[in-house]
Write a protein that binds this ligand. Sequence first.
Ligand code: ATP
Length: 445
Amino acid sequence: MPRYLEQPEMGKILSLSKRRGFVFQSSEIYGGLNATWDYGPLGVELKRNVKDAWWRSVVHERDDVVGLDAAILMNPQVWVTSGHVESFSDPLVECRECHHRFRLEDLPEGSGCPDCGGPLTDPRQFNLMFKTFMGPTEDSANQVYLRPETAQGIFVNFANVLVSSRRKLPFGIAQIGKAFRNEITPGNFTFRTREFEQMEIEYFVKPGTDDECLDAWVKERMAWYIRYGIREENLRLRRHGEDELAHYARDCYDIQYRFPWGWGELEGIANRTDYDLRHHGEASGDDLSYFDDAAKERYYPYVIEPSGGVDRAALAFLLDAYDEEPDSPTAEKADVRVVLKFHKDIAPYKVALLPLSRNERLVPTARRVFEMVRRRFAAQYDDSQSIGRRYRRQDEIGTPYCVTVDFDTLEDEAVTIRDRDTMEQERVPIEGLVGALADRLDKDR
Ligand code: ATP
């Protein structure tokens, strides 16, 4: 697909998000809550499509991955055993004058306060887990954590899933869900927030096959972003240095996206070894090792973990889809067409049904066609303002197809399908409309 704009400014994405209902500031009428966002009517569709595309590719299209939906609240011992209570922290420094706080790694070495230039304290470890209390008594015996990653819900269910789904290694468990981190410096819109959604796979393998499996998942996950529309030149891989690996990891790659403010992580793919299963097995007393029938040996599986963020992926899809096309040079007034060139599976709505006008002769047919279409596809009905304006409104939210019902329809029982990207129009009989749309929508799957 040709592109006219290399990359939009964040300001354009922020204003489009609010104006069209992708993302709103959370509790805005009360002045908001720092770096907390709500997804509006279009944003929620976008996010669901991102999650569905992920689920389809890692669960439904594979023979070796099953799903799970674990609770956010877990027995607090989970987080002791996993090492999060001890080491899930960032080094934090505070300005002695303005008392603003920063992540040490965000500051150039030896610098003063970036806000006022004042001197900074020595770094101290700041644990990123949110704490709360379960039940009516707020004492330490009732303290629980909001999970900072969904992964632990998978590890503690390893034996349940293994037995109930009669799996053999290698196999994986996939999960999508909220995670919470008390980030010191959230920001860059939905890129770094304190409440976010993760899409994680824990893929269990025989030790010794882990390096090869890590490479395979890195390729697979990179290909997923490209399949769903991210331009290759806006993606890159970065391998972690020894000194930056998480406490559980032996190796790790980040898939990064070229955000308007620079490269940022979309997903981490880590070799977590047997760290989690071994520790949970030992601490709980339940045997979480695996008996390999073929090799007649017992061991703790190694784990390869592709861990992505739904919010970051949705933001990258939005940024990468945004384009501004110059109007035809013959147009009276130079104008641009704002169009979100989403992959069809990612677009919030697939079809818009547009009656040429609100004329009462057209309405019953238009409604009848809309009822047919919406049963199969996420569709909108829009009958306000001129047809040209309505096309533009749909382009701006990335709807791949507009279906127009006009006065000829009343005679020939046919409608016009207009393509978002080519703007070409084609007349099809109402009878074959759903099939014609399905063919088009399936084409680049
Ligand atoms: P970062 O270095 O950006 O803080 P991380 O390496 O701590 O990220 P992981 O622990 O690997 O992140 O989490 C897996 C994924 O979860 C990330 O790739 C990202 O997509 C998402 N994620 C992590 N923290 C946040 C956050 N604060 N806001 C939004 N998404 C997040």
